[in-house]
Design a protein around this ligand. Structure first.
Ligand code: BGP
Length: 499
């Protein structure tokens, strides 16, 4: 029976999100192995005259050079914001805002330093025990991503990452260990972060060194690697059903809704196809089979997925409980030669004249979030989760230790309003974790100066600073949003002055 939902449901999971490789630092502590993200060297994102949002790709030549001469480069993901040592202080600040949940990821290399060991690293396991205990102490439910843009570099070197089927078994070993260890502490899980971004960076998403692949085989490898991740995700889902029967496990994509540039049917068709290329990922993970539209796409592009007997059954059995998205922007599609490559890309060559851009040229589109949620819910009829959303901006710390980030409040308020509308439209939304609830190292550009947080971290792009934490104006605003369960979205000027 239908029931109209006026506001956010009572048990709505408000919180914030981070990823291990962007916050933890301590890259050699606790027996940790090296991961792909430890080799994301800082490259000036403005070197080409305009901002480049993807400076994180690594080639095999670069990897060899970074290993040989590390002192010549900056690797910001090696130091993060020192969450590894400061997690207590940070979680206390999340608790002060009233977080109901905290999305974080486990770093595979803290548990299996090369991915190849038979026994896990106890120190790594113990670290996450402490983090989860700290969250639970405040009634904060952890939401854990098992693989957020990092994996053992040893597996990249030995197998060229997810290009190899070998990784499925290694991932299953990791999955079983963490499920077993944290079964009483973690109820909410996500297998892979933003799987559809494999289309944009195979190194980041799948640990593949692209220069080891012939250019004409790039698409084949992209989809084959994705197939291996689908299987690994499904195998993990199967394992969690045995080990933690009450757990909820989801898939996740970077949701970039494509709008047609014009009403021309060709543009409309292209928008539909661009959306299909992104939806392909949750289609497989939520429905348990390859969607029929991909058969044509594979044929037209000379792609043949190598499947083994039993693969289809594994996918069918390993469907997820919820579909999570990160949402930052929408995209404009038109019928053109390179339209397929542009699907999921941040750099739409056609600008949407109705939208403003962030300082990193990301179109700001709160209604696009509502459209996305409505379409996804129609498509899957499974609970949805907005597990990333936020504004990367340059912040200024005043002399008296404040950050007046009314622009961030404005951005988040408009997105929360649209989520509320989507709920009225019938969408079952489980939760909202804003991206980078505490300032962290950017995924795309490795900058510290691209800040998303409610909490300012005193550190610059080169890793210099006191690492002191400061509450921004948005900190007090979000606290009020959570307290009122999304009812009080007003921004009271000078909120932080009275504290
Ligand atoms: C998503 C990633 C995050 C992240 C965020 C913002 O794609 O899952 O890891 O950082 O985008 O991107 P950026 O850090 O490049 O601004």
């Amino acid at each position: 029976m239908y029931k109209f939902q006026e506001g956010f449901p009572e048990n709505f999971l408000w919180g914030g999100a981070t990823a291990a490789n962007q916050v933890e630092g301590a890259y050699l502590e606790g027996g940790k192995g090296l991961s792909t993200s430890d080799f994301a060297a800082y490259k000036d994102p403005y070197a080409k005259g305009k901002v480049d949002n993807f400076t994180f790709n690594v080639t095999s030549t670069e990897l060899a050079e970074y290993k040989e001469n590390p002192e010549k480069y900056l690797f910001p993901k090696r130091w993060g914001i020192d969450f590894y040592n400061r997690y207590k202080e940070d979680i206390a600040l999340f608790a002060e805002m009233g977080f109901k949940t905290f999305r974080m990821s486990i770093s595979w290399v803290r548990i299996f330093p090369t991915g190849l060991e038979d026994t896990p690293n106890e120190e790594g396991l113990a670290f996450y025990d402490k983090v989860f205990d700290e969250c639970l102490k405040y009634g904060i439910e952890p939401l854990v991503t098992m693989s957020h843009y990092e994996m053992p570099i040893a597996l990249t070197e030995k197998y060229n990452g997810w290009a190899s089927r070998e990784l499925i078994g290694l991932f299953e070993k990791y999955a079983r260990v963490i499920f077993d260890r944290y079964k009483t502490k973690v109820k909410y899980w996500i297998t892979f972060n933003e799987m559809n971004m494999n289309l944009q960076s195979l190194y980041t998403g799948a640990g593949v060194l692209a220069d080891k692949i012939k250019p004409e085989e790039m698409m084949q490898v992209t989809y084959q690697a994705s197939h291996h991740q689908f299987l690994a995700s499904a195998v993990a889902v199967k394992a969690i059903r045995e080990i933690i029967p009450t757990a909820q496990i989801g898939c996740m994509i970077n949701q970039i809704e494509a709008y047609a540039h014009t009403t021309k049917p060709e543009d409309q068709l292209q928008a539909l196809k661009s959306n299909q290329l992104n939806m392909f990922y949750p289609d497989v993970q939520a429905r348990g089979e390859y969607p029929t539209y991909m058969a044509r796409y594979f044929k037209d592009n000379g792609i043949e997925i190598a499947m083994e007997a039993g693969d289809e059954a594994i996918l069918k059995e390993g469907t997820v409980d919820f579909v999570a998205i990160s949402y930052y922007m929408s995209h404009v599609a038109e019928a053109r030669e390179d339209a397929a490559q542009l699907a999921g890309s941040f750099d739409s060559p056609i600008k949407n004249e109705y939208l403003e851009l962030s300082q990193w040229d990301w179109p700001i589109d709160p209604i696009g979030l509502r459209i996305s949620l409505m379409k996804l819910y129609d498509r899957y009829e499974k609970p949805l989760y907005v597990c990333e959303n936020g504004l990367g901006a340059k912040d200024e710390l005043t002399l008296d230790g404040k950050v007046h980030d009314d622009y961030r409040i404005d951005y988040l308020r408009k997105h929360v309003e649209q989520m509320k509308e989507a709920i009225k439209d019938g969408v079952n939304l489980l939760g909202y974790t804003t991206w980078g609830c505490i300032d962290l190292v950017s995924c795309g550009t490795s900058q510290m100066s691209k800040r998303y947080g409610f909490i300012y971290v005193d550190q610059d792009d080169e890793g210099k600073g006191s690492l002191e934490r400061y509450r921004k104006d948005s900190f007090y605003w979000y606290k009020q949003v959570i307290e009122s369960n999304g009812e009080n979205l007003a921004y009271i000027d000078g909120l932080s002055e009275n504290v």
